[in-house]
Ligand binder design. Sequence first.
Ligand code: ADP
Length: 163
Amino acid sequence: MRALYPGSFDPLTLGHLDLIERGVRLFDGLVVAVLENPAKRPCFSLEQRLDQIREATAHLAGIEVASFDGLTVEMARRCGAGVILRGLRALSDFEYELQIAHTNHSLAPDLETLFMATATHHSFLSSSVVREVARFGGDVRHMVPAGVAQDLGRLFNRPTLPG
Ligand code: ADP
């Protein structure tokens, strides 16, 4: 069975990557899909986010990287995925994730949502925390893949960051 891992990935963190590395072992193929939602005014363009994910997952077999807009269940259908993979960091994620899972189930009952618990040492990570730390010149190299750290350094013009 193939799985879809949808998200904003603005930017990809080591938490996301951990989920991808563990998820790909469970399925015949994993499609990492970046949601194109201009209303969210992302920090990184769609192309940049796709490149960041492609570079960080180049060592993994069975990964496809794609973008989508519209409904996640439609994207899952287009990809031939039977499972939507999502991560759970803390109780605070649960309510939101459960609501989305129920909504998606009501739209596509044949599609299952599977949650994976985040690795404990990555459970504090979120894209917004990473953006905030990088904006003020903090070191984010233990939070994101190397290429993303460079992109953040360039974006915020911070000499303390690599790149
Ligand atoms: P979205 O805007 O769809 O929530 P995100 O890029 O923030 O997109 O997250 C995509 C998925 O990855 C979500 O299921 C989220 O819970 C999960 N996720 C986010 N951060 C982490 C992390 N540090 N470890 C594991 N999973 C995470």
